[in-house]
Design a protein around this ligand. Structure first.
Ligand SMILES: Cc1cc2nc3c(=O)[nH]c(=O)nc-3n(C[C@H](O)[C@H](O)[C@H](O)COP(=O)(O)OP(=O)(O)OC[C@H]3O[C@@H](n4cnc5c(N)ncnc54)[C@H](O)[C@@H]3O)c2cc1C
Length: 308
């Protein structure tokens, strides 16, 4: 088993920022990435709102740069998904299918996953019209009509990507209208390929070998809408079950932290979308990774873990 000063769990932008910061401080650090590093950003064509990139940057361009930067600074990358964290006398033992490491300090950066609709047909048609990646599957639906469920930032952003490929995008929103950034609302309103169906939700996804239509529910009853693709962006769920029993989590499952990103467990910080009060923005996750490690750097120096 390898020994480190800091172990980061989660290879999204929060985790990679934490690994980079730790390595630059001269701390020995490893990051368990849970697969190809990059997390949610990896599938995003245009990451908007990062200072310095006026015309946005693609996730698949940004993430390898962040990985290389952290590696060059001295961070060790392990592609394993962590399956267990055990608290021992000398610190925490973190293990996955192929690797095991120990450290007195941890950064939990497991992020969040896009929530499923939880309706009939969703699981059955995943990969045959049901997707949560517009840039991956939009080109496969060229010339077809598709539906995006959810009229928030992610839904609008992905609808704009889909509109570059498909014939028509209908955003189905349960509430009275779109919510989120004005820049996206204006872009959606100006796009002739995008329609908004507010006050409706998807009750079922139907078809033969692939998606053919959705069944909709609204205050005025049930209806159907023909579509070849369904992309759901109705919110995020924290990937925090790994931390169950280790740290306090709030009712939605996010890791509870203080202003310095300390969790309820000594030597454990949380960063990015997995923590309570996250900004749910790439820039916020990057800042979190750095803040968490600076907190742990002080902890490793003075062994103090103040509780609120
Ligand atoms: C469709 C969409 C569009 C978005 N667009 C923008 C945008 O334009 N601008 C912007 O600023 N933000 C955007 N965001 C938000 C942004 O993606 C997130 O805020 C940011 O990626 C969060 O980073 P993170 O590192 O906290 O989590 P994540 O990106 O979720 O990364 C967490 C990583 O941890 C890994 N992991 C989970 N469990 C384990 C485990 N047990 N062991 C090891 N690894 C594990 C996961 O596999 C994942 O790689 C968008 C989000 C979505 C969904």
């Amino acid at each position: 088993m390898q020994e480190f000063e800091i172990i980061v769990i989660g290879g999204g932008i929060a985790g990679m920022s934490a690994a980079l910061t730790a390595a630059r401080l001269g701390r020995s650090v490893t990051i368990f990435t849970g697969g190809v590093p990059g997390g949610e950003l990896l599938n995003i064509d245009r990451i908007d709102g990062i200072p310095g990139y006026e015309d946005a940057i693609a996730g698949y361009d940004l993430c390898p740069i962040a990985q290389e930067q952290a590696t060059n600074a001295g961070a060790q990358f392990i592609m394993d998904e962590v399956t267990a964290i055990t608290a021992g006398e000398a610190g925490y033992i973190v293990s996955g299918p192929t690797a095991c490491a120990t450290a007195p300090a941890l950064v939990l950066a497991m992020g969040a996953h896009i929530a499923k609709l939880g309706v009939p047909g969703e699981a059955e048609f995943t990969g045959s019209g049901v997707s949560q990646c517009a840039s991956c599957d939009g080109p496969l639906l060229r010339g077809k009509d598709v539906i995006v469920a959810g009229g928030g930032d992610s839904g609008m952003q992905e609808a704009l990507v889909l509109a570059q490929h498909v014939a028509k995008v209908t955003i189905v929103e349960r509430g009275p209208g779109l919510s989120g950034q004005q820049a996206y609302r204006e872009a959606v309103a100006a796009n002739p390929k995008i329609e908004i169906l507010a006050g409706h939700e998807i009750a079922a996804i139907e078809g033969g070998t692939s998606v053919e239509q959705v069944r909709l529910r609204s205050a005025s009853g049930e209806s159907t809408l023909a579509a070849s693709g369904v992309f759901a962006f109705i919110g995020l769920e924290p990937s925090s079950t790994l931390a169950d029993g280790l740290v306090e989590r709030d009712r939605s499952g996010h890791v509870v932290v203080d202003a310095a990103l300390r969790s309820s467990a000594r030597g454990v910080c949380a960063a990015g979308n997995v923590r309570s009060g996250s900004a749910f923005r790439a820039a916020g996750a990057m800042g979190d990774g750095a803040t968490a490690v600076l907190t742990l750097d002080r902890y490793l120096a003075d062994d103090a873990w103040p509780t609120a």
